[in-house]
Design a protein. Structure first.
Length: 259
């Protein structure tokens, strides 16, 4: 397997993620009916459903009704493919981490775009991803650098508790201080999912990195729209990606300087 093959597969995976992003907020099945135009409901022909290429050839419009196709479809496909290639290049020597982190990354992409749209994260992604993290850790202990399946499962469980617990405590503290909800339950479950895949150290690092992105976006939206509430899931997701690629280096640098 090389990067080009991973990229092509990533485009196809991204196409499926688009289905999830489009249908999950509407509580629709991601399996049936087949892909169709949301404007005229006509089924999309197979040659009009080729990731990126079909969008370009169709000029970003439905073949039948000429309704505009959201650029988000292309963004998700290219983002997914690019991220999977980067994961492959970084973890090709540890395929357990490559596949595990790829599953996590797909869940983060879905939750990010849905959270942006409706400021909610579907339980099917967060809780389903949490279960997937436990199962994958048990099946492939190398995901968490554990010596056995049982120790990997324990590490995954501790990571989930650390991730979800950190956000829960922050939300509880915020509610006490500001007398209103400061963090949604979806963010708690999303962080639990992240911790199940990354373990407690990288989960805690994700917790501390996320506010950096959240503060920057929050200030920008406050100035632009006067918005008080922003979706926090995307910032947790971005922080988790940073932790995946550079988490160990960040932790080593921090503790080396500390001691």
């Amino acid at each position: 397997m090389d990067g080009a093959i991973v990229f092509v597969i990533g485009l196809m995976v991204g196409s499926f993620l688009n289905v999830c992003i489009c249908r999950m907020p509407k509580k629709e099945s991601i399996v049936m009916p087949p892909s169709h135009c949301t404007a005229c409901n006509k089924n999309i022909l197979w040659y009009d459903n080729i990731p990126v290429l079909s969008y370009i050839l169709l000029g970003g419009k439905c073949r039948f009704c000429k309704a505009r196709i959201s650029l988000r479809y292309v963004i998700v496909e290219v983002l997914t493919a690019s991220l999977l290639v980067l994961l492959f290049l970084a973890f090709r020597e540890n395929l357990s981490k490559f596949f595990g982190y790829s599953i996590l990354a797909c869940g983060l992409i879905i939750s990010t775009f849905i959270d942006f749209e409706i400021t909610e994260i579907p339980d099917e992604i967060s809780l389903g991803g949490l279960a997937a993290g436990f199962i994958f850790a048990f099946a492939f202990p190398a995901l968490l650098d554990a010596p056995s399946r049982f120790s990997a499962l324990i590490a995954s469980f501790i990571g989930a508790v650390a991730g979800g617990g950190s956000i829960y405590l922050m939300g509880l503290l915020g509610k006490i201080m500001f007398r209103k909800e400061a963090m949604g339950g979806g963010d708690v479950k999303l962080m639990a999912m992240i911790g199940a895949f990354l373990g407690w150290k990288l989960a805690i690092l994700t917790f501390f990195i996320a506010p950096v992105f959240g503060a920057a976006v929050g200030i920008a939206l406050k100035i632009k729209d006067g918005r008080e509430i922003i979706p926090y899931g995307p910032h947790l997701s971005l922080a988790a990606i940073v932790a995946i690629f550079w988490g160990e280096k960040i932790l080593n640098l921090f503790f080396n300087r500390l001691y």
